[in-house]
Design a protein around this ligand. Structure first.
Ligand code: RIB
Ligand code: CA
Length: 314
């Protein structure tokens, strides 16, 4: 089976970094490009983090492009309480020596999609500002991108930015609304499944035993989110939200979901950025187009085993 070409759009924070490190070691996918977006922290930092994590993993050959420094409407929301001031737990890693790409993320994604002629898979693990802007600029992208695998939203879990909205969707609700209506097949990995996709304390501790610069980095950045989850009473676990779409592309069999209509609230006073779906209820005219495979379950043991296997390859 040939490797599936994958473009990762990321607001490189802690779980994004884990997702990148795993993606580079998954046998069935090839990361052919990345784009940075404002999200967990400012764009300059997410761009730097993405470059530096790829460099740490020995993959300075993968180009990284800069995208949106803010949502298409409204002001940026950051998540420094989770990811630290620099986005990767305030851990410092060496500066990448890769060429600094000057093409915009939108133009680079379009050129890459044309090169792969309909086979490019887009994984979006941050606010959807870049994805929406690229589609606005190049409408033919909806025919050139095979699928969009999105970490974002929730259909039953509620929110993590507030009561109803998940961070990536809340970070740019208007962009998300446009992407969910764009017509590209979507696999949605919302909090419903990504909260299940976690490492337990002893599994995180096993990363420390792997003992190299990449895994030492992974272990070091695991601490801030785990401390937050403990403080919130969620448990002594590390939720790897952003790893879900990547692990799915390599091992779809460990995930389960349902085709449904999913749309983003943009008018709500208290529900702005909520993903609304008919996945559990009798549908109605508003949801007649089933635009997303909503992921609802994952075999956690197998997920954790695959993640640890990828990290052990460094
Ligand atoms: O809600 C989790 C998502 O928000 C993840 O992508 C995390 O990196 C943050 O961006
Ligand atoms: Ca992210």
């Amino acid at each position: 089976m040939s490797k599936r070409p994958v473009w990762i759009d990321t607001d490189t924070g802690i779980d994004d970094a884990f997702a990148l490190l795993s993606a580079l070691q998954l046998p069935n996918i090839e990361v052919v490009g990345c784009s940075a977006v404002s999200g967990n922290v400012e764009l300059e930092k997410t761009f730097k983090n993405c470059r530096n994590v790829l460099s740490l993993a020995g993959r300075e050959d993968i180009p990284v492009y800069k995208g949106a420094d803010r949502p298409i409407m409204g002001e940026p929301h950051y998540a420094k309480n989770v990811h630290g001031e620099n986005g990767i737990g305030d851990i410092e890693i060496p500066e990448s020596k890769a060429k600094v790409e000057t093409m915009s993320a939108y133009d680079a994604l379009y050129e890459c999609a044309k090169k792969y002629n309909g086979e490019l898979v887009l994984v979006a693990v941050g606010p959807l500002s870049n994805v929406a802007t690229a589609i606005f600029k190049y409408p033919e992208l909806v025919k050139l991108i095979k699928e969009i695998d999105i970490m974002g939203g929730s259909v039953a879990f509620g929110g993590n930015s507030n009561t109803t909205a998940e961070f990536n969707i809340f970070g740019d609700p208007y962009a998300a609304a446009a992407v969910f209506k764009a017509g590209v097949p979507i696999n949605m990995f919302g909090l419903d499944v990504t909260i299940q996709a976690h490492l337990k304390r002893e599994e995180v501790d096993s990363i420390k035993e792997m003992g190299n610069k990449v895994t030492d980095f992974a272990y070091a950045i695991s601490d801030p989110p785990m401390a937050l989850y403990r403080m919130l009473g969620i448990g002594d676990i590390l939720c790897l939200h952003d790893s879900c779409p990547l692990i799915y592309l390599n091992n779809p069999e460990i995930f389960s979901g349902k085709l449904a209509g999913v749309y983003v609230e943009t008018q709500g006073g208290i529900t702005l950025g909520k993903t609304v779906s008919d996945v559990f209820v009798k549908t109605d005219e508003l949801f007649k187009v089933k635009n997303a495979q909503v992921m609802l379950g994952v075999d956690r043991e197998k997920f954790a085993k695959i993640v640890l296997e990828t990290l052990s390859k460094y």
